[in-house]
Design a protein around this ligand. Structure first.
Ligand SMILES: Nc1ncnc2c1ncn2[C@@H]1O[C@H](COP(=O)(O)OP(=O)(O)OP(=O)(O)O)[C@@H](O)[C@H]1O
Ligand SMILES: O=P(O)(O)OC[C@H]1O[C@H](OP(=O)(O)OP(=O)(O)O)[C@H](O)[C@@H]1O
Length: 230
């Protein structure tokens, strides 16, 4: 058997992950047709590549089905309760930087902070008879953040993509999502609350704390760790 390295199967994270390993003498590549999710590893022995959705890598690490994996801090902290017990951070990779933030419509001139949001949420409920809706796919992180901030009068609505569009579509009044350049927020007339930074995220290499290794796998894993930690 071999050490399993989980890497995002597409997009910006996959390409930059391949470049990051290449700089350390480990060549990762996709094999087969464009649609085939199989990969190869050259430059180190005993390691195999597992191509996965970035969102599924935390779960695979926590289940011990992969030994190491690359995905964002945001996805690990959102998907894994007490994540430190399940995975170990090996190296931040220096790309995939994005901030998880809370944003409201730009035209809400009286709402610039979490305190303002709390007041607006109470007023919203009194006026409309239901709680202000915050669209997000980061349920755990946003709920914990708002609890700590003392904001209670809201409901989360699930949005797995195009989250900034939910305000225009009138399925939410506010959003919590990842931003990088800020362009998507601006294009959708949303503004970030001054104290609305939930988490700073970047692509990171993780090691599973539970994945089992036989003697050969242990040797390959140690060799891999030596290369990537150096
Ligand atoms: N605009 C962005 N700039 C930089 N990083 C981003 C950006 N949007 C998302 N990311 C990061 O990329 C990672 C993967 O994001 P996302 O959950 O959107 O996956 P995806 O690319 O849609 O793939 P999949 O649907 O297969 O999981 C996350 O860690 C996220 O923080
Ligand atoms: O600040 P920006 O540079 O504009 O980037 C932010 C956007 O990037 C991500 O979306 P993605 O492109 O992954 O599409 P999605 O909405 O389907 O997740 C994220 O969800 C934001 O919508």
């Amino acid at each position: 058997m071999s050490v399993k390295l989980g890497v995002p199967s597409k997009g910006r994270l996959m390409d930059k992950t391949f470049d990051w390993f290449e700089k350390r003498g480990i060549r990762l590549s996709r094999t087969g047709s464009d649609r085939e999710y199989s990969g190869a590893v050259e430059g180190i022995g005993g390691v195999s590549l597992v191509l996965l959705s970035a969102g599924e890598i935390p779960r695979e690490l926590a289940a011990g089905r992969i030994h190491m994996g690359v995905t964002g801090t945001d996805l690990v902290q959102e998907k894994l309760p007490r994540w430190e017990q399940q995975v170990e951070e090996i190296a931040p990779l220096g790309f995939g930087q994005a901030d998880l933030i809370l944003a409201v419509p730009g035209c809400w001139v009286d709402v610039d902070t979490l305190d303002d949001l709390d007041a607006a949420a109470a007023a919203f409920r009194a006026r409309h008879g239901f709680r202000l809706r915050i669209a997000t796919k980061y349920h755990r992180l946003v709920r914990d953040f708002l609890t700590d901030a003392g904001v209670a009068d809201y409901q989360l609505v699930d949005s797995q993509g195009a989250t900034e569009g939910t305000v225009r579509n009138e399925t939410a009044e506010a959003i919590a999502d990842i931003t990088s350049t800020g362009e998507t927020l601006r294009a959708n007339h949303l503004k970030i609350l001054g104290d609305g930074l939930v988490l700073r995220s970047q692509a990171t290499l993780w090691r599973s704390r539970v994945a089992q290794c036989d003697a050969a796998e242990k040797q390959a894993l140690d060799a891999l760790l030596k290369r990537v930690e150096g």
